[in-house]
Design a protein around this ligand. Structure first.
Ligand SMILES: NC(=O)C1=CN([C@@H]2O[C@H](COP(=O)(O)OP(=O)(O)OC[C@H]3O[C@@H](n4cnc5c(N)ncnc54)[C@H](OP(=O)(O)O)[C@@H]3O)[C@@H](O)[C@H]2O)C=CC1
Ligand SMILES: C[C@H](O)[C@@H]1OC(=O)[C@H](O)[C@@H]1O
Length: 254
């Protein structure tokens, strides 16, 4: 069953990792897709090519989500190409691991601006367009298990993921009257560029795996079903919800 037939889906941070998998997964479900990305031109181009090979339309628009003007520009390009938008997957994010006591101010500022402010501007720009269209829509924000638990080298990062989770709850209330649903997915540890260096430490990687009841870390593809589900009419009565996608890691305390 194709769950997003004829829909226009926007994905931020769609060049690699979870965003790329979500963009290609949405296309497999019948959507035309616009991706935003920051720097990986070749990967963005190849994502578009993969989507076109599936018989769907795609565009890639470069832009830093931390810049408040990027969001409006992204939505404008998508509407010019596809006529409307139906779904926004707000996914772009960074996690520059660093200790707390000597955390540079610039690292804190940048992480907040990309992960939280960027999500805010994107969700706002997408839903302004959806309200204008008058036919509802869906937002799926990529938060994290880190919205619920801490990380020694993520003191600047975990608050942004809690913020994204909270943004979806408040946006669900603000936008319910427009039939715009706002939900988040909370991935556990998914093997992508964001944690390649961190998980190159064999001991750390093994310890993360052993804490995961399903016995392995996640792959970007593991995020596709949950994101497509929340974006689709299958989730027509789901809003303000947060879906953990972590192989059971969160509940494994002892
Ligand atoms: N991997 C994991 O274990 C987990 C990841 N997450 C979240 O998932 C999301 C995606 O991360 P993941 O796929 O793992 O990481 P990747 O590093 O593979 O992908 C990050 C994506 O975000 C884009 N991006 C980064 N900064 C910006 C920016 N300023 N403006 C626009 N795009 C930007 C990158 O674009 P480009 O490459 O072009 O620079 C890339 O497309 C993040 O929000 C992360 O916090 C949540 C929980 C766990
Ligand atoms: C980047 C980390 O590996 C990843 O990011 C998250 O949000 C998860 O909690 C993991 O720590």
């Amino acid at each position: 069953m194709r769950l997003l037939e004829g829909k226009t889906v926007l994905v931020t941070g769609g060049s690699t990792g979870i965003g790329r998998a979500a963009a290609i997964g949405a296309a497999r479900h019948g959507a035309n897709v616009a991706i935003n990305y920051a720097s990986s031109d070749d990967k963005a181009t190849s994502c578009v090519a993969e989507i076109e090979a599936l018989g769907q339309k795609a565009i890639a628009i470069k832009g830093d989500v931390a810049d408040p003007t990027t969001a409006g520009d992204f939505v404008k390009h998508a509407v010019a190409e596809f006529g409307r938008i139906d779904v926004m997957v707000s996914n772009a994010g960074i996690c520059p691991f660093h200790a707390f006591l000597d955390m540079p101010v610039e690292t804190v500022d940048r992480t907040f601006k990309v992960n939280l402010h960027g999500a805010y501007y994107m969700v706002q720009a997408a839903t302004r367009q959806m309200v204008e269209q008058g036919e509802g829509g869906a937002i799926v924000a990529v938060s994290s298990i880190s919205a619920l638990v801490g990380g020694e080298f993520q003191t600047h990062y975990t608050p942004t993921k809690a913020g994204v989770h909270s943004l979806m709850q408040s946006a669900a209330i603000a936008l319910g009257k427009h039939n715009i649903r706002c939900n988040s997915v909370l991935p556990g540890t998914i093997l992508t560029e964001i944690n390649k260096a961190d998980l190159a430490n064999e001991e750390k990687r093994r310890s993360m795996e052993s804490r995961t009841p399903l016995g392995r870390l996640g792959e970007p593809e593991d995020m596709v079903g949950p994101i497509v589900f929340l974006a689709s009419e299958m989730a027509a009565y789901v809003t303000g919800a947060a879906l953990l996608v972590d192989g059971g890691m969160f509940v494994n305390l002892q």
